[in-house]
Design a protein around this ligand. Structure first.
Ligand code: UD2
Ligand code: MN
Length: 584
């Protein structure tokens, strides 16, 4: 309903403009701009011969920006205003089941209106920017696999109702071979109401989100392709600020700021409350991280609400010129299902002549799920080694240089054994486009990575760490840091038992560290910027010494707990051996 009203308002706005222009000829266009608050969004006076818009958005101290919508009245229905909603007592069971099926409580989402209001979480400055009237048009592409009905369609509805229609070519839904009946015929029937503005494509086999997005981009009709996950709510005036940088320079990729939507209550929760802006980086195991925008970057901008450059992005939500995306080959088609594609695209954008800007004035809410509700299907079994590591290896083997590849293998030793598949085409693309070396990227763009995640010293030992007395291995026990470590039956699979000891005494498991305070041995979050640690392994005596206390890592003979003991090299409970793990 909200959508219809908005469209009608805009249409009415157009008629008014046409009449005024007829009667007073041309000059009156300026006053149109001031009438926008009553007509929703202004719709391109440019077409009627207005002066050429400036290349960059203009900050207006005294007035609201040209595409600022009026405030949405907050209703009192479930979830309105972004408030949390809870299932009624008789629906608690159903709610739990839906959460187990979708990784988010669909029963709660189903109670909430498709176009509920959410808080405008932008910096107040954002409401004062004037954008060009001739921004490029976007195809909003939403790929989905077995998503919930109301979250998928709420994504569509909010895009339609919160975007100036003249910049929205279409919403393109691409179904990655879902098998839920509701997403079959009923979906076609539902979107018929949008009169072609919402299109639906379907894969005839499971492709994974990465290939499905590339396919969506090929089919898109808009000049810009703009990707969203299938469980988003776009916020006030989200679209023009994402398009403006691309209009200025079609090699800029733009990224909105992602607010959180709670997976249980659907409460809309802004990021950055009282925090400074952050940007996307990575650690050497290729886990995505965010960090404060470095002052060197912040200094380049007059207003905090201006877009700023970022080395990478989370993956799901971004806009890019379609031609530029296709020139970069879309995503590497060898990447499977999920993960690593955000890095692949970021590295090639930066290294091959483009840049990434995060846009604080564009806010989009995203439901972070409790767990991943889908399996990787047949695609998940088609490659040797865990699928995500395979993806990372493809990305780093193409875009990193020899030095930085080594940091990846130091942090993720099992990746050395993974078969990354054929990279000929990706390397040829890099060559053909004359892309810059990774060193250039690290020094000029991702310079803050070194500060948080310094270059890694080589590993001295890698493998499972087996105790001579019990035959058990050091193990995180599947618990999240900070937590006491334990020992468990050696399973030879790595994972929670894959221990690295580096040349500076740091013992690592995954991205975490093993430390000891007094008597307990704990798995901790490594101090950012630290690559050293307290451990010294003696391969002859087979002891692992904690150098600050000069004590030795030991299993307690009675309790089986780990502790630090006075070193006694003949004690079998203090003897440890690294055993290399080689995947079958
Ligand atoms: C994040 C990204 C996601 C993607 C992923 C890494 C955000 C907010 N989300 O994880 O967009 O970049 O990291 O790859 O940055 N889907 C398919 N086919 C599949 C699997 C998923 O179409 O085989 C769809 C899914 O329905 C959803 C989208 O792909 O619309 C992203 O999947 P997700 O929401 O499970 O990923 P997320 O948010 O955990
Ligand atoms: Mn998602």
């Amino acid at each position: 309903v909200g959508l219809r009203i908005n469209l009608r308002r805009v249409r009415a706005g157009r008629v008014v403009v046409a009449l005024v222009a007829l009667m007073l000829c041309a000059v009156v266009l300026v006053s149109f701009r001031n009438s926008r608050s009553s007509s929703g969004w202004s719709s391109g006076p440019h077409a009627s011969g207005a002066p050429k818009p400036s290349p960059k958005p203009v900050f207006r101290q005294d007035a609201l920006g040209n595409f600022e919508p009026g405030a949405e009245p907050v209703g009192d229905g479930p979830g309105e205003g972004g408030r949390p909603h809870y299932p009624s007592p008789e629906k608690v069971n159903e709610a739990q089941q839906s959460a187990a099926e979708y990784g988010m409580t669909m029963t709660v989402s189903d109670d909430i209106s498709m176009t509920r209001t959410i808080p405008d979480t932008r910096n107040p400055e954002c409401r004062h920017w004037d954008y060009a009237e001739d921004l490029p048009k976007a195809s909003v592409i939403v790929v989905f696999h077995n998503e919930g009905w109301s979250t998928l369609l709420r994504t569509v509805h909010t895009v339609l109702s919160r975007s100036p229609p003249q910049f929205l070519e279409e919403v393109l839904l691409v179904d990655d071979f879902s098998d839920k009946p509701a997403l079959g015929g009923p979906l076609e029937n539902y979107i018929a109401r949008f009169n072609g503005k919402v299109r639906l494509l379907r894969n005839d086999k499971r492709e994974g989100l990465i290939r499905t997005r590339s396919k969506g981009a090929e089919y898109a009709r808009g000049e810009v392709v703009l990707f969203l996950d299938a469980h988003c709510e776009v916020n006030s005036n989200w679209l023009p600020p994402l398009l403006a940088p691309i209009r200025r320079d079609p090699t800029v990729m733009t990224v909105p700021v992602i607010d959180g939507i709670d997976h249980e209550t659907f409460e809309y929760r802004p990021v950055y409350q009282g925090k400074s802006l952050s940007r996307g980086i990575f650690e050497w195991g290729m886990l995505y991280k965010e960090t404060d925008v470095p002052t060197q970057e912040a200094r380049r901008h007059e207003y905090v609400s201006e877009p700023f450059q970022s080395p990478t992005h989370a993956g799901g939500l971004f806009a890019i010129h379609k031609d530029f995306f296709l020139k970069l080959g879309g995503y590497d088609p060898g990447l499977l299902v999920w993960g690593g594609e955000n890095f692949e695209l970021s590295f090639k954008v930066w290294q091959c002549g483009g840049s990434i800007e995060w846009v604080p004035c564009s806010r989009v809410g995203h439901v972070y799920r409790n767990f991943m509700p889908y399996s990787f299907g047949k695609l998940g079994e088609s490659k040797k080694g865990p699928l995500i590591t395979t993806n990372y290896k493809r990305v780093i083997e193409v875009w990193f240089d020899e030095e930085h590849k080594e940091y990846f293998y130091t942090r993720e030793p099992m990746a050395r054994f993974v078969d990354a598949g054929d990279l000929t085409e990706q390397l040829a693309l890099k060559e053909r486009l004359g892309c810059k070396p990774f060193k250039w990227f690290m020094e000029n763009v991702a310079y803050d990575v070194y500060e948080k995640y310094p270059k890694l010293p080589p590993n001295l030992h890698v493998g499972e760490l087996r105790n001579a007395a019990t035959g058990n291995c050091l193990d995180t026990m599947g618990r999240a840091a900070p937590t006491p470590m334990g020992t468990a039956h050696c399973h030879g699979l790595g994972n929670n038992q894959l221990v690295r000891l580096n040349a500076q005494g740091q013992m690592g498991i995954g991205e975490r560290c093993v430390e000891a305070d007094g008597r307990t041995v704990k798995l901790l979050f490594c101090r950012l910027g630290s690559v050293d640690g307290p451990w010294a392994y003696n391969a002859d005596s087979k002891t692992m010494m904690h150098t600050p206390t000069k004590k030795c890592l030991a299993v307690h003979p009675h309790t089986g707990d780990l502790h630090l003991a006075v070193c006694a090299p003949i004690n079998e409970y203090q003897k440890w051996a690294f055993r290399e793990i080689v995947p079958k």
